[in-house]
Write a protein that binds this ligand. Structure first.
Ligand code: FEO
Length: 403
């Protein structure tokens, strides 16, 4: 019995059988303001094949959607393109219920699934470029190691010109619409960029190589069936073009000013710096940490050319929110940025030096020693802030000119 859940036809032989998570807001530290989907696909070949599963709380939704097309026990093969739990979390239950003839994963995926589930059954490890006959249709596997886990792979259904792209080309976006051409383009661009900035950014060079590799394979792709958000069946150049540009991290004159403040002195500095940035030809974007989530700041940095981080000193340290942001950004390894630090202090003033060190560890281009102001900034200090902004704008212009 399928219950209320229905599959959505993608092609003559492929159905979307995933789940919509309208309520999720924290995806391991990433603010998913619009929820997400866990996409899984049913290939109605001679050997009926399930591509990926869903996060464990949604397994009934998955099984219900499958049952709206076919008895789940008729599934012969299960392909796990990625071992992360939002896609393989229901795998054990599916295997128990369906008893498929075979389960396939990449070589790293096969090991990862065994480590996750302590399985004693065999997971067939497929090789990069290997094909699997489903009878009347066939799948070809393409390893995409470290995009974004060691095990990730794509599966290509040649007869339908359909690429099951796993996390790639996806986004955290819960919608009633299943296809990207039914969704506002500005929403797709923002959520796609947010996903790239918060998940794939550290692997940008690998994304560039993968796009070249797929281009060189000479395969025709009419549909990209990703595992989060809407499916791409039109304007594929749009999402592929966005990926190419996000992976290049081409700097612009956008300058992100991220800061926290205790008694508004660091906030006053941020505003004066922003005026200087503007006067120098940059486009400042002030992002107080009291009202901006770390993942939204990471998204704005994706196409920025400058990052200015401000913090008061609290108990000889930078503010905890600023430390949180810098830890998060360090992992994401943003490139092509000039950077500096600023902050107000009372007596010891360690925060600016600590931020500077953190920026250096991120390997962005730290352009000066940073600016510290004792207690409340007066006119002279605000002029210094303005000048700092102007200088950073000049450095950002140089950076953009190098590209
Ligand atoms: Fe959507 Fe890497 O899991």
């Amino acid at each position: 019995m399928s219950g209320p859940y229905k599959a959505v036809k993608v092609t003559d032989n492929v159905y979307w059988v995933g789940a919509i998570d309208w309520g999720i807001r924290d995806f391991h530290g990433y603010l998913t303001e619009r929820g997400t989907t866990y996409n899984a696909f049913l290939v109605m070949a001679d050997k009926i094949t399930l591509i990926d599963t869903v996060k464990p709380p949604f397994r009934q939704e998955l099984l219900g959607r499958i049952a709206s097309v076919v008895d789940p026990k008729a599934i012969s093969y299960v392909v796990s393109n990625h071992a992360e739990m939002d896609h393989s979390g229901s795998l054990l239950e599916v295997i128990d219920l369906v008893q498929p003839e075979k389960v396939f994963a990449s070589s790293m995926g096969s090991r990862a699934l065994k480590d996750h589930f302590h399985l004693d059954r065999d997971i067939v490890a497929v090789k990069d470029g290997e094909s699997l006959s489903l009878g009347n249709l066939s799948l070809t596997f393409l390893e995409t190691r470290m995009l974004h886990w060691p095990d990730n792979m794509f599966s290509y259904l040649a007869e339908e010109r359909l690429l099951f792209s796993q996390d790639a080309f996806g986004m955290h976006l819960a919608t009633s619409e299943r296809f990207a051409d039914e969704v506002d383009v500005s929403v797709l661009e923002y959520e796609g960029a947010k996903y790239f900035a918060n998940i794939l950014l550290p692997m940008s060079p690998l994304v560039t190589k993968l796009l070249e590799k797929v281009g060189n394979l000479g395969i025709q792709i009419d549909i990209i069936a990703c595992d989060h958000g809407p499916i791409w069946r039109k304007d594929l150049d749009r999402i592929i073009g966005w990926y190419g540009s996000w992976a290049r991290q081409q700097p612009t004159m956008k300058a992100v000013v991220a800061f926290d403040t205790m008694w508004f002195s660091t906030a006053k500095m941020a505003e004066a710096i922003a005026e200087g940035l503007l006067a120098g030809g940059a486009q400042p974007k002030l992002m107080p940490l009291k009202s901006n989530h770390r993942s939204n700041i990471a998204t704005e940095i994706l196409d920025a050319g400058a990052l200015l981080v401000g913090s008061p000193t609290l108990n000889n340290n930078m503010y905890p929110t600023v430390a949180d942001l810098l830890t998060y950004l360090r992992g994401l390894k943003p490139q092509n940025l000039v950077a500096t630090a600023f902050g107000s202090y009372g007596w010891s003033g360690e925060a600016v030096g600590q931020i500077r060190k953190a920026l250096e560890a991120m390997k962005v281009e730290v352009v000066d020693d940073g600016l510290r102001v004792k207690f409340v900034p007066g006119d002279d200090a605000l002029t210094q802030c303005f000048e700092l902004g102007r200088q950073v704008a000049e450095k950002t212009k140089e950076l953009c000119g190098r590209g």
